[in-house]
Write a protein that binds this ligand. Structure first.
Ligand SMILES: Nc1ncnc2c1ncn2[C@@H]1O[C@H](COP(=O)(O)OP(=O)(O)OP(=O)(O)O)[C@@H](O)[C@H]1O
Length: 492
């Protein structure tokens, strides 16, 4: 997304077009550079691997030669001793052995010099690779910044019978626009019906045919940023049944897996690759549900009656943490998938006790990432935060009483506060009301200046969801107008 000012800023469309095309050129330039740095890094990695193999082979050859020399020397000493220090015919053989040893030693010195030179090449290539990796990160994040630190993607779910409703029109040309069309009947019956169009544009609009893979491809670059030391937050907003959980978690089959399992897979694969360059990562996962402004640990395995109270606190380093929450150290993709399954089981147990609860609670999955490259004395720290928000639909007040009314107030309060926080960040206000709701307080680290945020606005295509879709798109549009300060990596 390309930003020209804060929410509500007046824009001259010609200026805007110029700026958009400038930025698109810049992004294209960076993308070309990024691709070539990536290719150079791959070539360098290949040649470093070859040099390392050759150095190891030569080390082995050296060891063989050293042991040959040792054997010759032993043989030589034995023979001298066996002569008792007097001239003996064996002395001729001994002097031949001596010249063999000298030759071998000269050979050894040459090989040792070659190994030292090769090791220097490997070390230089390692330096170049590290510099290349840092350049890749810089370019990657420059591209992300140009695209904007808050991006909004819209995704329209298919109708149950397939296809798309007539009231939703997607642009065939650019994948970025969506129109909701409403036919208004003539009140008098004398004039023809009129059609009112509501146009919206976002960083990307996915139609009902878009696959999970296609959707993930667009956000995988953001996930990479989390490994580079940037806080990344991705959340799904929309009415109940619009496809938030499908987008974030998906189904169990490979091709229908959602953002969370795909992001986890990408993170562990990338961390494995970086290990070859001296990076070591530690990962800590947590999964929390916010229901009626109360937190619940979705990774809790003890007896439910003994659940300790959870409270959001700030550490002395200004980091947000939750007291008594389960923080699990994880080192493989399968471990994380196991935790996600446990969280789902905990959610569905509560769901059985309380019908439809998961639609009325926010679920927040967090992966804390700490990386260290001891040889280079570099560290990075970040959080990847993936959130499935509660259904955003507004209930008819008169119909909601008791528990339902309480839930509605809690959801509306936290979602509208999310909008307020994002707008306040965009307007660079001195006070950001994070503490007005548990959701924004918890997401503080992932929403503030040092973060990259992606919001999915999920749309249900049924005609009777028109009003809710319009509300969701208006909310998303507000977020789309925001520009959050330049993110910087948490690197030391
Ligand atoms: N893009 C899609 N392609 C195919 N099926 C989808 C898609 N999006 C959603 N669905 C299906 O639509 C139904 C509702 O989706 P989902 O449960 O993800 O909605 P939700 O917004 O998370 O609802 P809730 O707020 O109740 O959790 C599910 O059966 C889901 O599998």
């Amino acid at each position: 997304m390309l930003y020209t000012g804060g929410a509500g800023a007046r824009r001259n469309p010609w200026d805007l077009r110029g700026k958009v095309s400038d930025m698109e050129d810049k992004i294209q330039n960076y993308q070309v550079k990024f691709k070539s740095v990536n290719q150079e890094n791959e070539v360098l990695k290949g040649s470093m691997a070859l040099s390392q193999t050759r150095a190891a082979e030569m080390e082995r050859e050296l060891e063989t030669q050293r042991s040959q020399i040792r054997n010759h020397l032993l043989l030589w000493t034995d023979r001298i001793f066996s002569c008792g220090g007097f001239f003996c015919p064996l002395q001729i053989t001994v002097s031949a052995q001596e010249s063999t040893v000298n030759r071998l030693q000269a050979n050894l010195r040459v090989k040792e010099e070659e190994v030292t030179a090769l090791q220097a090449t490997v070390s230089q290539q390692r330096d170049e690779l590290h510099a290349g990796e840092m350049e890749r990160r810089r370019l990657h994040n420059a591209i992300q910044e140009l695209k904007g630190n808050i991006r909004v993607f819209c995704r329209v779910r298919p109708l149950v019978a397939g296809g798309l409703s007539h009231h939703i029109q997607l642009s065939g040309s650019d994948d970025k626009s969506i129109t909701l069309a409403k036919t208004e009947e003539s009140h008098t019956g004398k004039t023809t019906d009129t059609q009112k169009n509501y146009n919206f544009s976002f960083d990307r609009v996915f139609g009902p045919q878009a696959s999970q893979q296609e959707v993930f491809e667009e956000i995988s670059l953001l996930v990479q940023s989390a490994l580079d030391g940037y806080n990344v937050c991705c959340f799904a907003y929309g009415q109940t049944g619009s496809g938030k959980t499908y987008t974030m978690e998906g189904d169990e089959f490979d091709e229908t897996r959602g953002v969370i399992p795909r992001a986890v897979q990408q993170i562990f694969k990338a961390a494995d690759k970086l290990a070859a360059q001296g990076w070591e990562f530690t990962f800590t996962a947590s999964f929390v549900e916010i229901y009626n402004e109360t937190l619940r640990d979705l990774l809790h395995t003890g007896k439910s009656v003994k659940k300790p109270d959870l409270d959001i606190r700030k550490t002395t380093n200004n980091e947000v943490t939750i007291t008594n929450l389960t923080y699990k150290k994880v080192s493989t993709e399968d471990q994380v998938l196991g935790l996600i399954a446990l969280a789902n089981q905990n959610r569905s147990t509560a769901q059985t006790a309380q019908n439809d609860r998961s639609s009325r609670s926010h679920s927040v999955f967090q992966l804390d990432i700490e990386g260290v490259n001891v040889g280079r004395d570099v560290k990075c720290k970040s959080t990847l935060c993936l959130v499935d928000l509660a259904g955003s639909e507004r209930m008819v007040k008169s119909q909601s009483q008791g528990e339902r009314f309480k839930e509605m107030t809690a959801i509306n309060g936290s979602l509208s506060n999310l909008g307020i926080v994002i707008t306040a960040l965009a307007n660079k206000e001195s006070y950001i009301p994070y503490r007005n709701s548990k959701l924004t307080y918890l997401l503080q680290g992932c929403l503030g200046g040092n973060s990259k945020t992606l919001m999915f606005v999920n749309i249900a295509p049924e005609p009777d969801s028109f009003a809710e879709s319009l509300n969701s798109l208006r909310f998303a549009s507000k977020v789309n107008d925001c520009v959050i300060g330049t993110a910087s990596a948490n690197r030391k």
